[in-house]
Ligand binder design. Structure first.
Ligand SMILES: NC(=O)c1ccc[n+]([C@@H]2O[C@H](COP(=O)([O-])OP(=O)(O)OC[C@H]3O[C@@H](n4cnc5c(N)ncnc54)[C@H](OP(=O)(O)O)[C@@H]3O)[C@@H](O)[C@H]2O)c1
Length: 310
């Protein structure tokens, strides 16, 4: 297919969109994982319940933000990865960086909002992984922030297509591969916007709400095929997608005030949960949508000021 890139790839210490301090934390957490795996085989303890060795995975949108963190963490657990993005330049840069670290990641240029390109992507994945796929991470998603009555038909269609239709179709296309693997796991990147109202995000929230219900429906419908279906639902995570909206100090303060843990999330806060949901260790968990939100979605009333008793 046009723009299909196959390179042996690997781990990158620098994530472009995260700060130096986070990169150090990032590297340290990986280092300690490596030590625990190589020294006393924590990965093999429990009959491989904590390992993805030999498993295959497709992660959409793996060149930046949350998707990139998922690629890099899944690889650390032994999975063979294929990812995609629209930018060939960015994909090539990632693949080169990963390759220099010795990880097995391949990639395709693919706009998942395009039906034909989705078909080509899954053909590539199928031939690469011999007709089997263990893990599908439906991560691509975007946003248009504006009041509902200002949405044009084109904007509405673009959001619905990128955030939901593409995901629905990718599930259909990969179903035979997931089933053939004998142990399939789908993880969707949803959002807290699928549960609660967020300003100027009615349409994006509707796409995530649809993903949440698809998560539950596929869990039941495809259980007989040994395919699990779960979703992660983040609140604000430090990625390029939300850089602009979080550049306002005032807005950021509002975000902190609504977040019990009083910080933004890191992409790794999400990727660790995604990995868990793909591991054999979580094999009895299906149909769940788990928030990664510092407590935002359960924060009913948390006044900063203590009211003196009279
Ligand atoms: N960041 C947050 O605060 C947050 C909160 C809740 C939920 N989420 C969800 O988390 C997911 C990832 O968000 P993110 O913040 O990591 O986004 P991001 O930083 O914008 O990264 C998006 C990734 O997806 C790729 N991509 C975007 N559109 C694509 C398309 N049509 N076809 C193929 N690849 C595409 C991008 O590469 P190209 O641009 O080169 O294609 C990039 O690799 C989304 O579903 C988002 O809704 C994010």
């Amino acid at each position: 297919m046009n723009g299909n890139i196959k390179l042996l790839s690997c781990w990158s210490k620098s994530n472009g969109d995260i700060g130096e301090e986070q990169q150090v934390r990032f590297s340290n957490s990986i280092r300690s994982h490596r030590i625990s795996c190589s020294s006393s085989s924590r990965c093999s303890r429990g009959g491989g319940r904590w390992s993805l060795e030999g498993k295959t995975a497709l992660i959409t949108g793996g060149t930046r933000g949350i998707g990139r963190a998922i690629v890099e963490e899944l690889v650390e657990f032994g999975a063979k990865i294929h990812t995609c993005s629209r930018s060939a330049t960015e994909l090539n840069t990632c693949l080169r960086e990963w390759g220099s670290k010795g990880y097995t990641v391949t990639g395709s240029v693919c706009d998942v909002s395009d039906r034909d390109q989705r078909g080509n992507l899954i053909e590539t994945v199928s031939s690469m992984f011999n007709g089997e796929l263990n893990i599908l991470v439906n991560n691509v998603g975007t946003n248009i922030r504006k009041p509902t009555i200002e949405f044009s038909h084109e904007e509405f269609s673009h959001l619905m297509c990128t955030n939901f239709e593409s995901i629905f179709h990718l599930c259909q296309l990969t179903h035979p591969l997931l089933k053939a693997s004998g142990m399939g796991s789908i993880v969707f990147t949803s959002s807290v916007s699928g549960f609660v109202s967020l300003k100027s995000m009615a349409v994006q929230g509707a796409t995530k709400g649809a993903i949440n219900q698809l998560t539950r429906s596929l869990a039941c419908e495809w259980a007989k095929d040994n395919i699990r279906s779960n979703a992660v639902a983040p609140w604000y995570i430090k990625t390029p997608l939300v850089e602009q909206v979080l550049s306002s100090g005032e807005y950021l303060e509002e975000v902190y005030s609504r977040t019990p843990l009083r910080r933004l999330g890191d992409p790794m806060d999400v990727s660790s949960l995604v990995v868990f949901l793909c591991l054999p260790a979580s094999s009895y968990i299906t149909g769940q949508i788990i928030c990664v939100d510092g407590g935002m979605s359960v924060n009913g009333f948390d006044p900063k000021v203590d009211i003196p008793r009279s």
